[in-house]
Design a protein around this ligand. Structure first.
Ligand code: ADP
Length: 161
């Protein structure tokens, strides 16, 4: 069975992430979304909340699961038996960082293959950071996330979560 991981912060998971997940799930027999437990940036949602929101968002996809992880991504891939790592690329924002990280990961584990999906045209502009910023300022982002995430953002922004 070819297993792939899709690691990220998913703070929170967006329709851009979901588009990559759906496409990757058609290519691999099993896809595991790995939610970083300790990324070095300010987060809106806790690890448990990010995992739960991702689980609710991918609930209809039979071969996709979600797990939190900490430490090196290559170690997580090894632990779950993944042969490939999936990432998404937006037109201007992602390539250089993804390239550096891919080279480093290749040194750490030459066996783990990187598979990048070009973001769908309708999701090129979409990032979790921008989404949170617009949400905090009272903008409506309902068509960019699942219903569960839209609700969670509203609760978070209004201080009830
Ligand atoms: P990270 O902290 O690893 O960047 P993110 O949750 O921001 O975590 O992103 C996880 C992966 O999803 C990255 O490969 C990122 O480039 C990709 N990604 C983020 N937003 C989109 C989008 N709108 N369309 C396609 N891929 C995306």
């Amino acid at each position: 069975m070819t297993i792939a991981i899709y690691p990220g912060s998913f703070d929170p998971i967006t329709n851009g992430h979901l588009d990559v997940v759906v496409r990757a799930a058609q290519l691999f027999e099993k896809l595991i979304i790995g939610v970083y437990d300790t990324p070095g940036k300010g987060l809106m949602f806790t690890t448990e909340e990010r995992v739960e929101l991702a689980r609710q968002t991918i609930a209809d996809l039979a071969n996709v699961t979600v797990q939190p992880f900490s430490g090196l991504t290559v170690d997580f891939a090894c632990k779950v038996g993944a042969k490939a790592m999936v990432r998404g690329l937006r037109v201007s924002a992602d390539f250089e960082w993804e390239f550096d990280m891919a080279m480093m990961n290749r040194r750490l584990d030459p066996e783990l293959e990187l598979v990048c999906f070009m973001a769908g045209p309708e999701f090129q502009f979409l990032s979790s950071s921008l989404l949170k910023e617009v949400s905090r300022l009272g903008g409506n982002v309902d068509d960019l996330v699942s219903g569960h995430v839209a609700q969670a953002l509203r609760r978070k922004v209004h201080g009830k979560m």
